[in-house]
Design a protein around this ligand. Structure first.
Ligand code: FES
Length: 125
């Protein structure tokens, strides 16, 4: 059985100007359907592929719509509106009516909780 991981497992890896914010429990993230929540007031989409978890803005770059209803299959996330497909790990656009990627955030897992690094606007970066 694989250990659940995010991108950055250590506090020391926090990028300058960023803060970690809780999103959900690891168990909330599903292999077939993204989890939708918020972190520090920002709507986010959590995508799980086995032991790997990625967090993106809940905003399709095609028309700026929510990705609620998206599906995850074969390493791709598909927008429910017009079918744009993105890499489920990086958010890179793979197909569909957009050339822009999903906004992907740094992730860590702490005590079975998914946390995301977001820019802290009150501090200089
Ligand atoms: S809004 Fe996502 S593909 Fe059009």
């Amino acid at each position: 059985m694989s250990e659940i991981t995010g991108d950055l497992p250590l506090d020391d890896d926090t990028p300058a100007g960023y803060q970690w914010h809780p999103v959900c429990a690891v168990q909330d993230a599903d292999d077939e359907e993204p989890y939708f929540g918020s972190a520090a007031g920002r709507d986010v989409m959590v995508v799980r592929q086995g032991a790997r978890i990625a967090v993106f803005d809940d905003r399709c770059p095609h028309l700026g719509s929510s990705m609620v209803g998206a599906t995850v299959e074969a390493g791709q996330v598909e927008c429910p509106l017009h079918g744009a497909c993105f890499d489920a790990s990086s958010g890179t656009v793979l197909d569909g009516p957009t050339t822009e990627d999903l906004v992907c955030h740094r992730v860590r897992i702490v005590n079975d909780r998914v946390e995301v690094a977001l820019l802290h606007l009150d501090e200089p970066a």
